[in-house]
Each structure stands twice: as structure tokens, then as C-alpha cells.
Design a protein around this ligand. Sequence first.
Ligand code: ITT
Length: 201
Amino acid sequence: MHTLIFATQNRFKRDEVQAMLGNDIHVLSLSDLYYEGELPETHETLEENALEKAQFISNKFSMDCFSEDTGLEIDALNGEPGVYSARYAGNGKSATDNIERVLRKMSGEKNRKAKFRTIVCLILKDQIHYFEGIVKGIISEDITGNSGFGYDPVFIPEGSNKTFATMSKEEKNRTSHRRIAVERMKEFLKTHNHSDSHPGP
Ligand code: ITT
């Protein structure tokens, strides 16, 4: 079985991904490694930020590792908040502040189309691999629900009539952007098990 570090300081992401990987992959979190520092995210694309976080942790612990960077991309806001999703209302602001900024900017807007996009970056035996997951949906007029995190209270995925924050964890995890990206990584790992990359003595 693969043992991989999941390079994130976001406990909601960590719990979602651990539930998705179940017994297939042994996931070490940063708290398992007693690492509490921030992860660097200095770029302007999800791909570059995901790579930066994965490389940082992989180098620090000399282990295989994956990270993910996610953004909410709203059509009427030209793709904002996008890569700035975590700090859309400014550094140190809360998820509610970010949501309120989105709703303010979307006030009176008819085109409410948006998508969540996740990029998982896996570093396996020094090779870099990317996996993408996208879920399309719309931005609701109001804030509803209190499960999940981030923008979940204002995002209604296509095919549903309720926000991610109104769904159970299992329901969100069945169809989310993160699920799609993580499933792709899982499939990839099935065909790249340790015996392939580590020939025995
Ligand atoms: P790490 O970098 O430590 O992984 P982070 O919270 O900084 O954690 P991101 O840079 O990927 O992660 O920030 C993405 C932000 O987008 C996050 O803080 C949430 O506000 C939002 N977000 C990400 N995934 C989401 C989801 O599934 N539902 C709602 N909002 C989400």
C-alpha cells in the first residue's frame, strides 16, 4: 500500500480526502508529522500553488506526497475568486467575509454560473503528476446550510437544488470536485504500485 503525506493545513480538506481514500492509501497528515507551519502559496495558478505545496513538504520530509489547490471560478466575475479563494476578502478574513464579498459582487447578476476546480499534485518517486476535478454549478442568492466549509453555503452543484453546505458529508464527497481529482489519483496509483517503482533486492 502507498504511504503518502497529504500536504494541507486545511482540516476540512484533510477529513474529506481521508474519507475518500479509505483503506486504499495510507495518508499521513501534517499533524501526524507534528508540522504546524503555513504552506507556501505564492503563485497565480492552482497548478503552480499545488506544486509548490507538494514540493515543499516532499523535500522537508523526504517522502512521497500530494497536495491540492482549489478555487471557485465564477463566470460573471471573470473567474474570480479563483486562485485567491482562501483570501478573497483579504488576509485573515473569514469564510463568511469571503462569501459576503462574492454575494455583494454578484448582487443583481443574472448569470450565476460557477465551478469549483481542484488540482491535485502528486510527487511520487520525484515524478510530478497532476489530477483535475471540476464541478459546475451556480452561486445561490442566499447563504444556506452549515456543513462543509468555505463557499459551500452558496454553491449549488449542477443536478441539485441545494447547496453543498446543505448536503451530508457523504453526499458532497460523492460528487465533489475534490472527489473527482482524488479518484483520478487513486486510479493512477493502482497502476503504479510500490513494486513497480522499487524493484526488490
Ligand atoms: P491548504 O493550502 O493548506 O491546502 P487552504 O484552505 O489554503 O488550505 P486553498 O489554497 O486551496 O486551501 O484555498 C482554497 C479556498 O477555497 C479554501 O480556503 C476555501 O475557502 C475554498 N474552498 C476549497 N475547497 C472548497 C470546497 O470543497 N467547498 C467550499 N469552498 C472550498
